[in-house]
Design a binder for this molecule. Structure first.
Ligand SMILES: Nc1ncnc2c1ncn2[C@@H]1O[C@H](COP(=O)(O)OP(=O)(O)OP(=O)(O)O)[C@@H](O)[C@H]1O
Length: 276
């Protein structure tokens, strides 16, 4: 197979893992906590202009991946290379709850290194697209989840990144706003060839909108490929899971969870690494 120039890729993930700590309910002592893989050894290459639908059941690691892609969360092992302007995430992660909507726009703009005039321009874009009106003068902590999503999405759009990550922003917004966002993203995809990562529990939305499907299950990359194929396999898996009942289902989920725990020797190694 012909080897592609690295630069053709928008994102290259190379053996990426993210480990979280699980609190032990009986023992508050930190060293007794279990460590588990939110993501384990995930590798993929996404070409520029690709629209990637990330699929996976609850807790499989989709949001964790979006946080790593956008640089909000740190990777524990492996590497993600992003070619293009820093990916942005279109959800309320990264919004400061104490600041007003308008102040949040300014802070984001300043963090992106924009000049005063550019910040004024994006502020106007956000006012127009979000339709939040006077709520933009209120602290974000007083927003509903749909309003936070309107603000987060509108800021990300206005900043016009090369890589765009939409993490369920559309599932909390109302239908009218979700349609407006999808239309705008279609336009970005068709006119500007942006690379888009789209997390949604709606298989129909993913199939209609995406070109590539990426199925994350139990923290691992289960399949990546043409969206219809991946969506079909994912759908079969969900049907299989739904077909399991009671104890049988619990056993299946417990086994799945166990595979994500760090083995004892690995746990020691990891602790040694962070304390040395
Ligand atoms: N900050 C955190 N600290 C500890 N564990 C976390 C943290 N964030 C996520 N997790 C755990 O990591 C795993 C993956 O979570 P993640 O939010 O990435 O899943 P998801 O696929 O987006 O799920 P959903 O479809 O339910 O939104 C879950 O078991 C979750 O409980």
């Amino acid at each position: 197979m012909e080897k592609k120039d690295e630069k053709q890729y928008a994102v290259v993930a190379d053996h990426v893992s993210k480990i979280y700590e699980l609190r032990n309910k009986d023992n508050q002592h930190k060293s007794a906590n279990k460590r588990f893989y939110a993501l384990k050894d995930v590798s993929f290459q996404i070409e520029k202009g690709d629209v990637v639908g990330i699929l996976g059941t609850n807790g499989s690691g989709k949001s964790t991946l979006s946080l790593l892609l956008s640089g909000i969360s740190d990777i524990d092992t492996g590497k993600i290379t992003v070619h293009g302007e820093q990916a942005l995430i279109a959800i309320n992660t990264g919004l400061n709850m104490q600041l007003t909507g308008l102040e949040n726009i300014k802070v984001k703009g300043a963090l992106m290194g924009l000049k005063k005039k550019e910040i004024e321009a994006i502020t106007q874009d956000v006012i127009n697209f979000s339709e939040l009106g006077d709520f933009l003068y209120q602290p974000v902590k007083k927003y509903s989840s749909g309003m936070k999503s309107r603000l987060g999405f509108s800021i990300s759009l206005a900043l016009d990144p090369d890589i765009f990550i939409v993490d369920e922003a559309l599932s909390v917004g109302d239908k009218g706003f979700a349609k407006k966002c999808l239309d705008r993203m279609m336009q970005l995809r068709n006119d500007k060839g942006k690379t888009i990562f789209f997390i949604s529990h709606s298989l129909e939305q993913v199939k209609n909108f995406c070109t590539t499907g990426m199925w994350i299950e139990g923290g691992q990359l289960r399949e990546i490929g043409p969206v219809n194929e991946v969506a079909e396999h994912y759908s079969e898996y969900v049907d299989l899971l739904n077909g399991l009942k009671g104890k049988e289902k619990q056993k299946f989920l417990d086994e799945k969870f166990k595979k994500r725990l760090l083995p004892k020797e690995e746990k020691k190694g990891f602790l040694k690494k962070i304390f040395s």
